[in-house]
Design a protein around this ligand. Structure first.
Ligand SMILES: [Ca+2]
Ligand SMILES: [Ca+2]
Length: 375
């Protein structure tokens, strides 16, 4: 009577394991959101040697004590320029802080972008934006590109050079320049050009719009066709006879799109910060990625993702501290699901239990069969 009981017991174990296996397989399809890369992102507070990211020219140097960049300091007839080593021609957001002052005036600093860097930076009121024809002849558009200038000294048309044309609009102005130091596409008169106080800049360069915030206040807004044929960015500053300090710090460069791949056509991704949904995108037909526009959101974003298939929420990520425009994220199955035989998690997981029970059941059946044959 014992033998049928053993057989039944073995069979029950095998059946139980057959029920448990699908549960364990379903658990295996756990998803995770993983950050792949961000090729655009540059964050530099200048606390570490910046020479890996930047090229420094003339008077510009890394101030190791105050951990910032001195573009120009008191002296005469100086220019300081720094260039980011990698090229950028896409829409972007730039942030930095600056402080100008401490001396008896002049000349200002400039953030340059989509710019040609193949020239000798001009001193004084030229801010290193292009060459200075006083030293040697150079054509007006020898180093085309854009600049956001913080100009604290009035230069007349004559001072900029007769051939060039335009002069400064006022002694203190913040302006968007193109190609030439006297070509102000748009400007505002503003005393934050030499008040010896730190200010925070956020510059948003979109496809056809440039918006400048200073201390979170919208200061310039310009719309038009933007020439992206040059791809360098950096800073310049010049002094002539006066001697302000021109210092920058806390540089950030990031993009306007977050790409999430590993999805299916027709799915949808939402980006949340706290309880508020700050971005959303659908996966187009015959595609596997969603692109969320975050161009008007200051980064880094502390937030999380929700992924929906055609009808329902299928995944919600944990909260990430640092989501940046330009990030590429990927929805993936979590690592521990590649093989059925994987015991590294816990011996109590359903998959392990199912395999173990099944194994015991088969052993019992084999013992029973061997026993029967010997009889
Ligand atoms: Ca000037
Ligand atoms: Ca100017």
């Amino acid at each position: 009577m014992l033998i049928p009981k053993i057989t039944t017991f073995g069979l029950i174990l095998v059946l139980v394991s057959i029920f448990l296996l699908p549960i364990s397989l379903e658990k295996d399809l756990e998803l995770v959101m993983v950050k792949e890369e961000n090729q655009l992102l540059v964050i530099d507070d200048f606390s570490k040697d910046p020479n890996s990211n930047w090229i420094f020219l003339n008077a510009a140097y890394w101030n190791t004590n105050s951990e910032n960049i001195m573009l120009t300091e008191p002296g005469s007839e100086r220019v300081g320029v720094m260039w980011l080593k990698h090229n950028v021609s896409s829409p972007m957001t730039i942030e930095f802080s600056y402080k100008i002052g401490g001396g008896n005036g002049a000349d200002g600093l400039i953030f340059m972008f989509y710019k040609d860097w193949d020239y000798e930076p001009g001193i004084g009121g030229f801010l290193g934006f292009h060459c200075r024809e006083v030293e040697k002849p150079c054509p007006r558009k020898s180093a085309p590109g854009y600049g956001i200038e913080f100009d604290n000294y009035y230069n007349s048309k004559e001072e900029y050079g007769k051939d060039y044309g335009e002069g400064d609009p006022s002694p203190n102005h913040i302006a968007l320049l193109k190609d030439f130091i006297g070509n102000h596409l748009i400007y505002v008169n503003d005393t934050r050009t030499e008040d010896d106080i730190w200010h925070n800049v956020r510059l948003i360069v979109q496809n056809d719009n440039i918006t400048l915030f200073i201390d979170d206040e919208k200061t310039l807004n310009w719309t038009g066709i933007i020439d992206r044929s040059n791809n360098h960015l950096g800073f310049g500053s010049g002094i002539w006879g006066y001697d302000h300090q021109h210092i920058i710090d806390n540089f950030k460069l990031y993009g306007h799109k977050i790409i999430i791949n590993g999805l299916n056509p027709g799915w949808k991704v939402q980006l949340f910060s706290g309880d508020s949904r700050i971005g959303e995108a659908n996966v187009p037909e015959e595609n596997v990625e969603a692109i969320i526009d975050v161009s008007d959101i200051s980064a880094p974003i502390k937030g999380y993702f929700k992924v929906f298939n055609e009808s329902e929420l299928i995944f919600e990520s944990s909260t990430f501290e640092n989501i940046w425009g330009g990030d590429i994220w990927s929805l993936q199955e979590s690592d521990s699901n590649d093989s059925l035989i994987q015991f590294d998690d816990s011996f109590l997981n359903p998959q392990t239990i199912a395999i173990t029970i099944s194994f015991i059941g088969i052993i019992i059946l084999l013992i029973f069969l061997a026993y029967k044959r010997r009889q």
